[in-house]
Ligand binder design. Structure first.
Ligand SMILES: C[S@@+](CC[C@H](N)C(=O)[O-])C[C@H]1O[C@@H](n2cnc3c(N)ncnc32)[C@H](O)[C@@H]1O
Length: 355
């Protein structure tokens, strides 16, 4: 088993020079001027001083920048991101060095080699909320146990596609010796397959945190003998043929936008062609290829292309056994109003077989 995977984490900031300090008695205007001049500022005394400066910065930028059109909003966000990341906080002995601050276990887990360093306040906020999710765990309607998503790992916030997969698995009558879960994330699809009696699942992910997180979560429990992990692209090092391949891929095409580099959400041009080519080699003659997808990209007019329909039309490798669809319930009244298209959102479960 390899243990030498480097996880993604906010890079520790090492700053030799004297920093400007900020606390409750500091002049907010001067602090914001400093940020605008590109000078970092260190939060001292209380954690809430960081929250205060962030809020002041937001108000300042709202006054200063127009924030109406899509383009203006993007510029506002990018300016906010740039300046807020100059607000720093000190970590000493793996703890935030200010009073009344949350205790964040990631500071120890993700930084075993350095106990004292700086991070930006937004990074610390991200680590903090991730730590809350990780510790509390998330209940998933199709699983008995909660999942505990590791820092920087994708986890679902809506579950309709998982229900579709669960219903399909419930009726699946084929052999259950082995399966491959491409892009295993926090492991949910694999746990579902184990629940329905699959003996072995091979999971991959290009996100090191997903692999490290699952390895830690399964430790030496029974699960760790049933689910094998590989940190790699698509099928990683798995070359043997299996009776089931599942993939819950990113659902949106990568726009020409450098911010959109999240591999759990956005797919590159080659992802699906490479996936189908690899799946063809690894699917047993009578095997099933199951892909979870959604019409999200189409109803938001991001693209007219549907990568699975495209494969079926042009690939010559697979044929359609069935496609199950389920309307997604809007998360809340608020989302319904803001995102009119949500009302027509559907998740899809595609079952393909060899041609
Ligand atoms: C939408 S998430 C699904 C995660 C999990 N299977 C689930 O259903 O909750 C997509 C996952 O695929 C991974 N991924 C993206 N591109 C990949 C690739 N080329 N090879 C392997 N995994 C990939 C992402 O890191 C992410 O964990």
């Amino acid at each position: 088993m390899t243990t030498d995977i480097n996880v993604n984490r906010p890079e520790p900031i090492l700053f030799g020079k004297q920093l400007e300090l900020f606390n409750r008695t500091s002049d907010v205007k001067l602090a914001i001027n400093a940020l605008e001049a590109g000078k970092p500022i260190l939060i001292t005394a209380y954690y809430s001083n960081g929250l205060l400066l962030l809020k002041e910065l937001q108000m300042h930028l709202k006054r200063k920048l127009p924030n109406k059109s899509y383009q203006e909003q993007r510029e506002y966000r990018s300016e906010y991101r740039k300046l807020s990341n100059l607000i720093l906080i000190e970590i000493v002995d793996h703890k935030l060095n200010v009073k009344k601050s949350p205790s964040i276990g990631w500071l120890e887990k993700l930084y075993p080699e350095t106990s004292d360093f700086l991070l930006s306040f937004p990074q610390v906020q991200g680590l903090n909320s991730s730590w809350q999710w990780y510790q509390k765990g998330i209940s998933i309607p199709v699983l008995r146990n909660k999942v505990h998503p590791y820092y920087g790992t994708y986890f679902p916030t809506r579950f309709d596609h998982l229900k579709l997969f669960d219903n399909w698995l419930k009726r699946y009558k084929g052999p259950k010796k082995s399966a491959i879960d491409v892009g295993i994330g926090s492991g949910i699809l694999s746990f579902q397959m184990i629940k329905y009696g699959f003996q072995k699942v091979f999971g991959t992910d290009t996100n090191p945190n997903a692999i490290v997180g699952l390895r830690e979560f399964m430790a030496d429990t029974k699960l760790s003998r049933k689910i094998e992990l590989d940190f790699g692209h698509l099928f990683g090092s798995w070359t043997k043929q299996t009776e089931l391949i599942v993939f819950n891929p990113p659902w949106l095409p990568e726009a020409h936008n450098p911010d959109r580099n999240d591999e759990a959400i956005y797919y590159s041009e080659n992802l699906f062609p490479d996936f189908f080519a690899g799946a063809k080699k690894r699917l047993l003659p009578e095997g099933k290829l199951v892909i979870l997808f959604s019409n999200l990209a189409q109803i938001t007019n991001v693209t007219k292309d549907h990568p699975i329909e495209k494969e079926l039309g042009e690939g010559g490798r697979f044929q359609l056994e069935k496609c199950l669809k389920k309307t997604v319930k809007a998360a809340s009244e608020k989302t319904k109003r803001d995102q009119y298209w949500r009302s027509s959102e559907e998740v899809e479960l595609w079952v393909l077989t060899n041609k």
